[in-house]
Design a protein around this ligand. Structure first.
Ligand code: PGA
Ligand code: ZN
Length: 432
């Protein structure tokens, strides 16, 4: 145990995939192990998320992280010295108490999640294990079924279309490796369709094609065409997932579809989405209604039943308490899990456990502002979350994650199990 005492903590400013500053934490242990991690950053954030500490002012658009880095080197570093890195819950409890605010705004959730993840990496290294192995505690795990973006929209594409993510889920794949091959074929086919119509205009924030469409639904029909052109049967081999991110264009008081110059109330938006589910092979819808529209979320979830996973992201913000409340209300049936929405690894795991306890599906997710950090892939696998959402299959901050999953699948060899289509059915969501 003396090998796993924290002997040094430092922080530094590094850069994310949008060219914005972010925080990297580095932790050293008495036995020589080192852990390092980078905080991601969201653009379409839930209002109940933990707060990233930004410097404000004019420099770097106010997004500077000098104060957050200072907190890592100073207050956080001092408090963590001598603590046992293999006691993640103990370390995180010290971080939570030191911050002392309900939303991590004093020290910054960016500083806290970076150091919490760095401690985890250091502890795994000290144990001589890969991070997913360390997290699994010897229990069987599966490679997650990926949700992969083909078109980016919403806040990630200048609001060019209202819906934020048009994604595929390669449900017919029998391995993670095959899932990526199938997705790459669909991505390529979609790019060819865009080019043929003179609509190829580069990529959005998470690597999906820029959505030069005349309506939100046109993106859906183009996606189905791309799946067919790639040689797959829509729904059978490759299904569709949407992130509506409805809080970005409305609230319980009303929704404004900017692209289509349409205003909808809750019933209208539910009807629109149910119509799409009828006409397209959609198996997952994230944040279909806004974060304050509990009744809308409940009615939508009841309407789709178990055939579509209704995922709370902005709605749940990786908060175990909000997840338990939503489970009681039956206002969704799956949880997106983003470590920086809550600020520590222990609270992230608590949110995941709360969702599993409710019988929900879980999806570990990246943010739109990302880096080479691949911690979430290990969380998704080691905790057997079942699903992983990272953005598209282009841009290195995205492929860094997919490629790490390939390494894990290879390391597992014949023992590797892939959470394919079964993860979407109620009967077999988890190994536990
Ligand atoms: P983000 O959005 O921009 O807040 O990371 C990603 C998402 O809504 O899933
Ligand atoms: Zn989302």
């Amino acid at each position: 145990m003396s090998e796993t005492r924290i002997s040094a903590v430092t922080g530094r400013r590094v850069w994310d995939s949008r060219g914005r500053p972010t925080v990297e934490a580095e932790v050293r242990l008495t036995g020589g192990a080192i852990g390092r991690a980078i905080a991601p950053a969201g653009a379409s954030r839930g209002s109940h998320e933990a707060v990233d500490l930004r410097d404000g002012g004019v420099l770097l658009g106010g997004l500077g992280v000098e104060q957050a880095v200072h907190n890592l080197r100073d207050a956080i570093g001092q408090q963590l010295l001598g603590l046992d890195a293999s006691d993640q819950a103990g370390v995180d409890a010290v971080l939570i108490a030191l911050d002392g605010t309900p939303n991590k705004k004093r020290l910054g959730a960016n500083a806290l999640i970076a150091v919490s993840m760095a401690v985890l990496h250091a502890a795994a290294q000290a144990a001589g294990l890969l991070l997913w192995q360390y997290l699994s505690g010897g229990k069987p795990v599966r490679l997650p079924l990926p949700e992969i973006q083909i078109f980016g929209g919403g806040a990630h594409a200048g609001r060019r279309v209202d819906i934020q993510d048009f994604m595929v889920m390669p449900v017919g794949a029998i391995s993670f490796d095959q899932a990526l091959v199938m997705t790459a074929e669909v991505y390529r086919a979609a790019g060819q369709l865009m080019a043929a119509d003179g609509r190829l205009a580069g990529v959005a924030d998470e690597g999906g094609w820029w959505p030069l469409f005349a309506s939100n639904e046109e993106a859906l029909s183009c996606l189905v065409q791309a799946i067919e052109n790639a040689g797959y049967t829509p729904g059978e081999q490759v299904a569709i997932a949407l992130d509506v991110a409805a809080s970005e264009f409305g609230s319980a008081a009303g929704y404004v579809l900017g692209l289509e110059h349409r205003q909808l109330d809750t019933d209208g938006l539910i009807e629109l989405l149910l119509g799409w589910i009828e006409r397209y092979p959609i198996v997952a819808v994230e944040d279909p209604l806004a974060e304050d529209d509990h009744d809308g979320m409940r009615r939508f979830t009841a309407a789709v039943g178990d055939r579509v996973q209704v995922i709370g992201d902005d709605y749940l913000v990786t908060d175990a308490r909000r997840i338990a409340q939503a489970a009681e209300r039956k206002s969704c049936n799956a949880a997106l899990i983003k470590p920086n929405q809550v600020g520590t690894i222990t609270e992230t795991q608590a949110a995941l456990e709360a969702a599993k306890a409710a019988g929900w599906r879980t999806i570990v997710s990246a943010r739109s502002g990302e880096s080479e950090d691949v911690t979430i892939v290990h969380l998704a696998t080691g905790w057997d979350a079942g699903q992983l959402k990272v953005g598209s299959i282009a841009r290195t901050e995205r492929t860094a994650k997919w490629n790490e999953a390939l390494r894990i699948e290879e390391a597992l060899g014949p023992a590797a199990r892939f959470a394919g289509r079964s993860v979407l059915s109620a009967a077999d969501r988890s190994l536990v």
